[in-house]
Unconditional design. Structure first.
Length: 95
């Protein structure tokens, strides 16, 4: 079964896309992730939420590039899907 990424908005080639981040434990961690992603070519803005371990990226860039930028900052990232977002919250998507 294919799970589509959570694209929150798409307009004019740019899109808001959600990612799940693993390994952040403090405000400095989330700031490091945000800075690494914001410095990536094609990213217009980035918002990291430490409490939900998630990130919203506005830009025209491949998810693989975003994931690699997060990895270089020392953390793990995956494109958010409905299934993995529910799983990270401890909710089963199985019926």
């Amino acid at each position: 079964m294919h799970c589509a990424s959570l694209i929150l908005l798409e307009k004019g080639g740019y899109k808001l896309e959600k990612y799940n981040i693993k390994g952040m434990s403090c405000a400095a961690c989330s700031a490091r992730v945000q800075k690494a992603v914001e410095e990536t070519d094609g990213v217009r803005s980035c918002s990291v939420n430490l409490l939900t371990n998630s990130m919203i990226v506005d830009g025209e860039v491949s998810p693989n590039v975003i994931i690699e930028a997060v990895k270089k900052a020392g953390y793990k990232a995956e494109v958010a899907t409905e299934k993995n977002t529910l799983k990270s919250k401890g909710i089963s998507s199985e019926s």
